[in-house]
Design a protein around this ligand. Structure first.
Ligand SMILES: NC(=O)c1ccc[n+]([C@@H]2O[C@H](COP(=O)([O-])OP(=O)(O)OC[C@H]3O[C@@H](n4cnc5c(N)ncnc54)[C@H](OP(=O)(O)O)[C@@H]3O)[C@@H](O)[C@H]2O)c1
Length: 323
């Protein structure tokens, strides 16, 4: 495994990490979850990502249970939660958002579900226009001072809002956000490369990037229709099929060219797509998702592919989708 600093912090995260979205608490049951976490940990993964909203708290409960069951040493792995949308089906006003009340209570609930006494990373899952940024910064700072959170951050906040949070924190000697969690893959590059890149340089933010395979699209498995055992058919996630309609006139040709390119590099499309993400030095860790062990085993090999890639290869790979 390769380890990278999370921005300018001293935290060293595995360059590949593992998340629970769609899978845990859905199609992935307890025994598969246990095997996936064990497999990830044995490969050197030290960061497991989660959120209050994933399967309405079930994903955290399952991850917490299997990590406890595996008796992973608490100081050898990091775990996150994300707050905003709540963990109940129809959240009341105080059960969602980034108010001091919800940020605090959601943290306490995540600690219980994950069976830990602190969250290594605690992220605001999106901005909350109904809460002043200062209130959220203060709530996060309090949780850090109480030892319940080690690092806090954001996910898909506008760069200006992140700058504002830093300004408030600097002026009042509070802990600033130190990590952003954006989507990043060959089909979705602008936000990280244009909007967040200056933030990483100016503010020392790290990034834990998500959906390196664009939910599986980059494996090419949706080229001939939606496989019955895929996430696009998972209850509540049918909206994802809309992503198949993106650029319908160009996408299939691009994907076929990408599959051919993976063949040239003697790897699978998934491995090439993940290796390409690792090629961006502003990426602290690439969050993998997998619904079965064979996928995780395949995706872990992307590290070896990354080691073979030169700058020119990275440009060649991304050029496939620029056409
Ligand atoms: N902050 C946020 O807003 C946010 C949003 C999304 C995700 N995330 C985090 O990022 C993590 C990763 O995102 P993601 O799950 O969307 O990542 P992804 O890598 O884009 O998609 C993973 C899915 O692709 C399929 N897959 C994976 N490897 C494959 C392979 N080798 N061959 C064929 N299919 C493969 C599997 O779905 P099938 O079951 O269909 O096979 C798997 O669950 C999440 O778990 C979550 O922790 C954060």
């Amino acid at each position: 495994m390769l380890y990278r600093r999370m921005g300018q912090t001293g935290l060293r995260l595995s360059a590949l990490s593992f998340g629970a979205w769609v899978t845990f608490g859905g199609r992935v049951g307890r025994s598969e979850a246990r095997e996936l976490i064990a497999q990830a940990y044995e490969a050197g993964i030290n960061f497991f990502d989660n959120a209050e909203v994933y399967a309405r708290g079930e994903a955290e409960r399952l991850m917490g249970d299997v990590i406890a069951d595996l008796r992973l040493p608490r100081d050898a792995y990091c775990v996150s939660s994300k707050v905003l949308w709540g963990s109940v089906q129809e959240p009341r006003p105080t059960q969602q958002g980034l108010s001091r009340k919800h940020v605090t209570e959601a943290c306490h609930q995540a600690l219980k579900r994950l069976h830990v006494d602190h969250l290594d990373l605690y992220l605001c899952h999106r901005p909350d226009p109904e809460t002043p940024i200062e209130e959220t910064v203060r709530a996060m700072d309090t949780l850090i001072r109480q030892g319940k959170v080690l690092y806090w951050g954001t996910s898909e906040w506008p760069a200006d809002a992140i700058r504002e949070a830093h300004k408030i924190a600097r002026a009042q000697y509070l802990h600033p956000p130190s990590v952003e969690q954006p989507q990043y893959n060959l089909l979705h590059r602008e936000r990280l490369e244009l909007e967040y890149a200056p933030l990483c340089a100016e503010l020392g933010m790290g990034t834990t990037v998500w959906s390196p395979l664009a939910s599986g699209l980059l494996t090419g498995k949706y080229l001939d229709g939606v496989p019955a055992d895929s996430r696009f058919t998972a209850p509540g996630y049918e909206w994802m099929t809309r992503t198949l309609a993106d650029a319908p006139e160009r996408r299939p040709a691009q994907l076929r060219a990408f599959l051919a390119l993976a063949g040239e590099y003697s790897c699978t499309p998934a491995q090439l797509a993940i290796a390409w993400c690792l090629g961006n030095p502003q990426v602290s860790t690439v969050l993998l998702g997998a619904s079965r062990q064979s996928q995780l085993a395949e995706n872990l090999q992307s590290l070896a592919v990354f080691e073979r890639l030169q700058e020119a290869d990275l440009r060649r790979i991304e050029s496939v989708f620029a056409r």
